[in-house]
Design a binder for this molecule. Structure first.
Ligand code: FSO
Ligand code: SF4
Length: 537
């Protein structure tokens, strides 16, 4: 196996024996074969399109299939095999109906062992460095991983009825190009930026889908303690899944707790209206094996980040959509009765255990509604700097950087945060500046769209470019959605990003130099040193 798509990759280079995330070589090989097969399906689709073919359900299937290959999503070879078989069947159907022929090899129906053997031929691994050159290999991986991130966001938006055929067309073309186009460096840099542009569009679609369905987030206090009663824990990013679960548990005497990236859900009016959406349990994804053990109810994983479940709680984990793990119950469709039965059969929390509270809900609408006040405070010198400290969390000790960084930020600065990286400091009381909280939680990783809108609004208000604003970006990355967001920031021409805790292993030396020269991206060092650089800039 060869996988270097996430930040925790083995030795900072690649997982080649077993995934640090727990992915087996078999699952990894099948995932790579699935991507190849999805690229074949994409090509057949693109060839049939001028003949009138248009099938948004197939686009949705492609998004879900790609999503299944992200870090910490699907570890189950049987489920990946099923995606593979459906991909082949869809390709054949398009080819026969529209008399087109994809140039990708056909992946035959075969046993698990045969498929795993076959997959070795289709893996994108370092052998291609000789064929493509090291830098093109690196940029192709950038494009592929960015596309995976886009697929996740497009999947959520599509479930809520929002998609764009042109976005899907470009997505499929870029996926085909990864396998079929050699191109030169310039062409691949251009493609990487196109991925960033496409991701911006998809994040906009998702923002529209979420706010249309659930309203604009409003500042909301979320309890971190627990309440006596039956309980269900929901993790991941999919708001629609949470909504369905809330609907189906209404009046059943069960409290719903969010976990990980589901925390910002509490700010959405159409979700918070359910009185049994109680609070948030646990912290960032990498602590789940410790924290899930003590949760006295079922746990629903709507998306990443799933870690291999421990025996102690394995029987009460349920997966949805693209998520999968051998031996874990997968819920097809929207029927949560198995989860509800499990919750009712378990003790739940036996007593109230009040804890701290945190604030969520500072997405673009809430922040921009106080924009005049913020601008006034900046002009009066009461707010001197903005920091966006966000991104994904992970298990490495180097990630303490982000906690320390937030601790030493000067009192006249406001910190915007998003995604699961905020768990490093989300419960710190940083006070306010004349009523504007100093710590504003914009939301999940996909709400980077909101952060971008806030930055653009500030740059308009002050009549300067985003790079000239007193705004510093301190970004932590972990998996492929972060790759897509980073490419979006580059597409927007945003410079001076401090990236950590390490640089992506899939970037070649030349690509790293290119990023440093053109975008002044740098690796985080010491919080004190970086902060003084940011304040001087
Ligand atoms: Fe985190 Fe996981 Fe949201 Fe990621 S829970 S790490 S970038 O899946 O998507 O921030
Ligand atoms: Fe390794 Fe990350 Fe790939 Fe898992 S997803 S196999 S940890 S590089």
């Amino acid at each position: 196996m060869f996988c270097n798509q996430c930040e925790q990759t083995a030795g900072g280079k690649a997982c080649t024996v077993k995934g640090v995330c727990g992915k087996t070589p078999e699952a990894d090989l099948l995932q790579d074969l699935l991507i190849y097969n999805l690229a074949g399906l994409s090509e057949a689709y693109l060839l049939a399109q001028p003949k009138g073919y248009d099938a948004s359900d197939v686009d949705f299937f492609i998004m879900e299939g790609m999503f299944a290959t992200l870090t910490n999503v699907n570890f189950d070879p049987e489920r990946i095999k099923a995606y593979l078989e459906e991909t082949s069947a869809l390709t054949e159907k398009i080819e026969n109906t529209y008399q087109v022929k994809s140039s990708f090899d056909k992946i035959p129906a075969a046993s698990m062992d045969e498929l795993i053997n076959l997959a070795k031929e289709y893996e994108i691994d370092p052998k291609f460095k000789e064929v493509w050159g090291e830098d093109i290999f690196s940029l192709k991986l950038c494009v592929l991983y960015g596309l995976k991130g886009i697929a996740a966001y497009a999947y959520h938006a599509h479930k809520l009825g929002v998609w764009d055929q042109e976005v899907y067309r470009k997505f499929k073309q870029l996926l085909v190009d990864v396998y079929k186009e050699k191109g030169d460096l310039e062409a691949w840099v251009k493609r990487a930026l196109e991925v960033g542009e496409l991701n911006l569009k998809v994040m906009e679609l998702l923002d529209k889908a979420n706010t249309q369905a659930f309203g604009h987030p409003v500042p909301t206090k979320v309890p971190l303690g627990t309440k006596a009663g039956k309980a269900i824990l929901v993790s991941g990013h999919d708001l629609e899944d949470l909504y369905e679960l809330l609907r189906q548990t209404e009046g059943r005497g069960i409290y719903i707790y969010t976990h990980g990236e589901m925390l910002p859900a509490h700010g959405y009016p159409e979700l918070k209206k359910f009185p049994h959406l109680y609070g948030n349990y646990g912290t960032a994804w990498q602590n789940q094996q410790k924290e899930f053990v003590n949760f006295p109810g079922p746990i629903v994983m709507t998306t990443n980040c799933l870690m291999p479940p421990k025996e102690e709680y394995k029987d009460r984990v349920f997966t949805l959509g693209p998520v999968g793990f051998s031996g874990i119950t997968h819920i097809k469709g929207k029927n949560f009765s198995a989860v509800i039965e499990k919750a009712l059969s378990m003790p739940g929390f036996t007593e109230d255990n009040p804890g701290k509270e945190v604030m969520v809900g500072f997405a673009r609408n809430a922040v921009l509604s106080v924009a005049d006040k913020v601008i006034e405070l900046v002009k009066a010198g009461k707010i001197k700097h903005f920091f966006l400290v966000g991104g994904c969390d992970g298990a490495k000790p180097g990630r303490n950087y982000y906690t320390r960084f937030v601790e030493i930020v000067p009192q006249d600065a406001v910190i915007l945060t998003l995604a699961c990286g905020k768990y490093r400091f989300y419960d710190k009381d940083l006070g306010d500046i004349e009523g504007i909280p100093r710590l504003l939680d914009i939301g999940q990783c996909n709400d980077a769209y909101s952060a971008i809108q806030i930055a653009l609004a500030l740059s308009q208000a002050f009549g300067v470019g985003v790079n000239e604003l007193p705004l510093s970006l301190v970004v932590s990355w972990y998996e492929q959605k972060a790759v897509a967001i980073l490419l979006t920031l580059l597409y927007l021409g945003i410079k001076n990003i401090f990236l950590g805790p390490s640089l992506p292993a899939f970037l070649s030396e030349n690509v790293v130099s290119f990023l440093a020269e053109n975008y002044n991206i740098r690796l985080i060092s010491e919080p004190e040193k970086d902060l003084s650089l940011m304040l001087k800039a």
